[in-house]
Design a protein around this ligand. Structure first.
Ligand SMILES: [Zn+2]
Ligand SMILES: [Zn+2]
Length: 254
């Protein structure tokens, strides 16, 4: 029977979700959506996308802070909403990136991929790291990873039953937008055709990527939840401190 490879499935997802995203915006307005509704959905979508990325990167990949129960569920909810895929897959890919930065075993080095290839999700697949045992101790994240697509479609079906135009718009646009941000982070924060060197990007990109553009600072201090490097503004670190972090850690950090 015809079966798509994992990489082809990701590419298909990117193309289908992005196409729905493009058509859903005029549909939203033609079906009676208001400008205020549009802005509200995008603000919530963008905030939840940023929180999802803080969750998959700073929390699950690097264990750089201890979340409160509220913070943990908020991050997992964001991950389910954005359609980026199982947190376990993201952890494995990102740890491979840190273990093999800008070598052939790096899943998304710009030395070996074009911007377009990364956007299509055509990452290099390899098995160069150990099973992330720490991840499997995190029961909620394991549950979300195991049932990721069921949870994603359940959320979307419930939203569609409440309001179809919002459902068609919310997750696909959320995905399409944050996927472009992630592609830019993966491609533009590493120098192409040079020795291994991560870079920090400009302040505007750092703001819209919730601090992910401060990638050089992150490579140099991977256990730190803040990517500020002591001098730059990191919106992600502010959200961790104000919204997601466990009280005990907040006391010691403050
Ligand atoms: Zn990292
Ligand atoms: Zn990097």
């Amino acid at each position: 029977m015809f079966k798509l490879s994992y990489t082809d499935t990701v590419t298909l997802k990117v193309l289908v979700f992005s196409a729905i995203a493009v058509f859903s915006i005029p549909y939203y307005f033609s079906a009676g959506g208001t400008l205020l509704g549009f802005i509200l959905i995008r603000v919530i979508g963008s905030l939840m996308g940023g929180i999802a990325h803080i969750g998959s990167h700073r929390w699950l990949c690097h264990n750089s802070f201890k979340p409160s129960i509220f913070g943990k569920y908020l991050m997992l909810t964001g991950m389910v909403m954005n359609g980026h895929g199982s947190p376990l897959q993201i952890v494995i890919a990102h740890r491979l990136h840190h273990a093999h930065t800008d070598t052939k075993n790096d899943p998304h080095s710009p030395m070996y991929h074009s911007w377009f290839s990364l956007w299509l999700g055509r990452y290099t697949i390899n098995s160069g790291i150990k099973i992330p045992k720490d991840f499997f101790k995190n029961k909620e994240a394991v549950f979300v990873s195991k049932h990721y697509w069921k949870l994603f479609y359940a959320f979307n079906i419930i939203l569609a039953l409440i309001d179809l135009k919002t459902a068609l718009f919310f997750s696909p646009v959320n995905f399409a937008y944050s996927w472009i941000i992630i592609t830019a982070v993966n491609y533009n924060t590493h120098k192409k055709n040079e020795v291994v060197e991560a870079r920090n990007l400009n302040s505007v990109f750092n703001f819209i990527s919730y601090g992910e553009g401060l990638h050089k600072n992150h490579h140099e201090d991977q256990t730190n939840y803040s990517f500020s490097g002591g001098t730059r503004f990191d919106l992600g670190a502010v959200i961790v401190e104000k919204l997601l972090m466990h009280n005990n850690q907040r006391t010691t950090a403050g």
